[in-house]
Ligand binder design. Sequence first.
Ligand code: SF4
Length: 365
Amino acid sequence: MKLPEIQRKKTRGVSVGGVRIGDGAPVSIQSMTTTPTSDVRATLTQIEALADAGCDIVRVAAATPEDTAALGEIVASAPVPIVADVHFRFRRALESIEAGVHKIRLNPGNISEKQAVREVIDAAGDAGIPIRVGVNEGSVMDRTDGDHQARQLKKPLNELMVETIADYLEVFIEANFHDLVLSAKSHDAMTTIAVNRALSERFDYPLHLGLTHAGTAATGLVRSVAALGTLLAEGIGDTVRISFAGDPVAEVSAAKELLASLRLRPREGAEIIACPTCGRTQADVATLAQEVSVALADVKPHVIVAVMGCIVNGPGEAAGADAAVCCGKGKAAIYRQGEYVRTVAEEEIVESLVTEVRSLLEGRD
Ligand code: SF4
């Protein structure tokens, strides 16, 4: 059976330290360190944790001369390409390029002096690295009729963000520099969707999707997925960052799940599905699913494992799973690829299901 697939919008390609963005490359996952970049050890530890979680490209803040002085060592030891995030001081961009970073991010809202931007473009061109022009909603907030208090914008925020990027790109186009990635981020999902649709319509540069100051793990994750999921399903977006306050490793896991859910990246490992539970539920499904997930954390090939709360609807609902357990009172039925295998006692559920999965995977070798 042919499953529906996303038709991705064709964009130019850039290379970030060997990771391709755009031109049909798999949608890559990015995140950003939260450590002071000048603390090489702490930053590298976090970069390694992000890479282990599946992050393809890591961005670090290049805010001070101490930060850029640390970049050489960070770039040399990091297992993934490094992007320097530069605000306000274009010299940090030049120092970062000198240190060997694989991409620069510039914010039109705070590095706007044409000669300064041109120097960064020339240095990036000489180094053969791309630049992300990344506008945030805050970058356009000064485009008012003078009424800063009221935050009275001349136009809708999404239109202002597109205009800001278009204006900023003029100096890049004059310099014939097209090794670009664009991004436009708001904390608001609908604004982020609107601005990225417009950017995708107007430019063929690859797009970095994300929200800015999206909130906590609960709100930021949902907002990010609402915006990024919508855009990705429309074929828009070449690299993503899910962002929320907290441990960035969790952002990477969420981005992986989003991309796998949209079949934009292959799934790996045990995909645990579980019924939502209802009045027929005969077991603690949430705890069982969590225990099975932990017990199968080392599995590399993709395998679907279902934990279902009853034997009324469970077997039918889990028929597509590679292995399943359907719980009854004090006991449970184990299934393999839709076929009943055996009944086990409640306390043997996790071990029996895990054994079934491992024997199934051995049979696939
Ligand atoms: S599988 Fe059974 S217990 Fe789970 S939600 Fe469906 S009917 Fe309820």
